[in-house]
Design a protein around this ligand. Sequence first.
Ligand code: HEC
Length: 207
Amino acid sequence: MKKVILSLIVLLVIFGSCKNDTSKKVEGQKSTTEEVKVEKKAVDSPNYIQEGVKIAKSTGKTLKGKLKAAIHEGGLVNGIKVCNVTAQKLMDSMSVVHNVKIKRTSLKLRNLKNAAPNQEELAILSQYHKQIAQGNQIKPIVKEAKDEIHFFAPIFIDKVCLNCHGVIGQDIKPETYKEVKKFYPKDEAINYKEGDLRAIWSIVMKK
Ligand code: HEC
């Protein structure tokens, strides 16, 4: 536990200082752009991309670690319980640590409440799906709003995900899926294959 707290503090210090650097740079740029800009535009800022990727990676790694530990301890049903109880809490606390808003969202949802995409996220999701259908690689995207930076990055399906997001009767055991349905009667987040785009990270950073 001590170790976790320590590393959170270290992360806070590292990202805290990164944030100051980047916001200073953008403040400098802002004077050359128009004052009122309702329309969001894509910015080509490697700093924000880097910062977003770091946050997404560390949150994803922590989530996956918790999920794997839960499955190891008490099987898939325990994994579902832990996802149900922990996933959102963990993202909320990572949001506090990084001083951003972190969300995962998708065209096919399990948790309708926390994960529903907004207009902007829907546009990014359809852009990514279109690019994949055309055989193109997809990359993180950064958009600049008035006081915020909106970062997006893909989340792909790997083997372990198939246990709960794959095909019922093939990857997902019917008894596991029964448990999913108990928590999420309107679940749509199944029938994925390895390598599929499952969702996106949507991270809102303050300028
Ligand atoms: C043990 C079952 C289980 C496994 C394995 C699993 N998930 Fe999930 N997943 C869930 C549950 C349950 C939720 C709903 C969590 C909540 O209520 O916030 C969920 C939600 C999600 C969401 C949020 C969007 C939504 O539809 O609610 C994403 C994204 C996601 N999972 C991706 C993955 C990825 C990627 C993997 C593999 C690394 C994975 N999941 C593995 C059970 C699982």
